[in-house]
Write a protein that binds this ligand. Structure first.
Ligand code: N2P
Length: 360
């Protein structure tokens, strides 16, 4: 009798736990239409706890420490690749991801570079890193010929000295700013040896005093409000700033430019940590995002391209028709990818980055 009673109590606890099935998702900020989060909960009955970050380094620190409690995380390819090697993820159970047939082979081929066989991840969004400008202010400061589509806007101190008067933000992301500075110098954007990489030091040291802030998410509102005139940032974020300004009807006109010298093409990948508490719900979330309608809704909202072929017919014309989001062949040819630096180079870069930002 007593024994049965205990079993019943255990069964009640189990039923309670099942009723409160949950999933913890850790994604980039400004990266989803929140209506999709509600829709997921309504469709699945799963409690969704959604947290955001704005830097791969922050995600990586949590992930490698273990016990993050997250079920789905979204690192960029270069970080994902070394995190896979460090054993941070579990292989996806593709039998639980029927919507995987919607994915786009051209993107899967590219993400294989970071996740061979795409065993651990599926693409959420991809995009480029480039230049956001408040076009009227920049022209006021630098004249009508302001090089808004050139890395010289950011890395020539003569330009930056003037732009400092209307405000410049730069991503706090050494893995993206350094390849851009290398490209500006005519060096290999994906240089792996530290001797080449450290050539960016004088360039970045010269412009750092003119950077109002190294930050990876505040620039969206700062651009939209007219508080800054230039941001080196992510494509969709800058396009979101453009829309926020248009909605506010505040006279601020924002443009996104892919630098003519070349720009980074990155891939943000959904993956399940090896110690995720809710792997079943994690697969349900990833499968939900891979639904064509949901992927299209996400891209229509955040102005990033996704890796979902089936979603393309459902995209708004200002998304699928914009080469800054879905680049044509000519634009793609101007984009580069990067690979992970080895741990020693990475440590040197971290030190260099801190030094540049602190201006010492
Ligand atoms: C979303 C930025 C994600 C792009 N705000 C960086 N991988």
């Amino acid at each position: 009798m007593k024994f049965t009673g205990m079993t019943m109590a255990a069964a009640l606890v189990a039923a309670g736990a099942a009723g409160a099935e949950e999933v913890h998702v850790y994604n980039w900020s400004d990266y989803i239409d929140e209506e999709l989060l509600t829709k997921f909960e309504e469709e699945t009955g799963i409690d969704l706890i959604y947290d955001v970050f704005d830097s791969n380094e922050i995600l990586e620190t949590k992930l490698l420490a273990g016990g993050s409690g997250y079920d789905v995380v979204v690192p960029s390819g270069t970080f994902l690749s070394r995190q896979i090697q460090a054993g941070a993820f579990q292989k996806l159970d593709k039998s639980k991801l029927p919507n995987i047939e919607n994915m786009w082979d051209a993107i899967e081929e590219r993400t294989e570079k970071y996740d061979p066989g795409n065993e651990y991840s599926v693409n959420y969004m991809w995009g480029s890193t480039g230049i956001g400008v408040n076009i009227n202010k920049v022209k006021e400061v630098l004249g009508d010929d302001a090089p808004v589509n050139s890395l010289a806007l950011l890395f020539d101190p003569a330009n930056m000295e003037k732009l400092a008067s209307c405000g410049v933000h730069m991503l706090d992301a050494p893995t993206e700013v350094i390849p851009a500075a290398l490209t500006y110098l005519g060096e290999e954007s994906d240089a792996q040896d530290y001797e080449t990489i450290e050539k960016v030091e004088p360039v970045l040291t010269a412009i750092a005093p003119y950077v109002l802030k190294f930050h990876s998410s505040e620039y969206i509102n700062a651009l939209a409000n007219g508080d800054i005139c230039v941001a080196f940032g992510w494509s969709g974020d800058i396009l979101q700033a453009r829309d926020r300004a248009a909605e506010a009807d505040n006279g601020v006109e924002i443009e996104y430019h892919i630098p003519k010298e070349g720009a980074l093409m990155w891939f943000d990948q959904m993956a399940i940590p090896v110690d995720a508490p809710n792997t079943d719900a994690a697969h349900k979330f990833i499968n939900f995002i891979m639904d064509a309608n949901n992927a299209a809704a996400a891209s229509n909202y955040v102005y990033y391209a996704n890796g979902n072929m089936a979603s393309q017919a459902l995209l708004n014309e200002d998304v699928i028709g914009d080469t800054a989001i879905y680049p044509d062949e000519e634009t793609v040819n101007n984009l580069y990818t990067t690979t992970t630096w080895d741990p020693k180079v990475n440590r040197n870069v971290t030190r260099l980055w801190t030094k540049i930002k602190s201006g010492t």
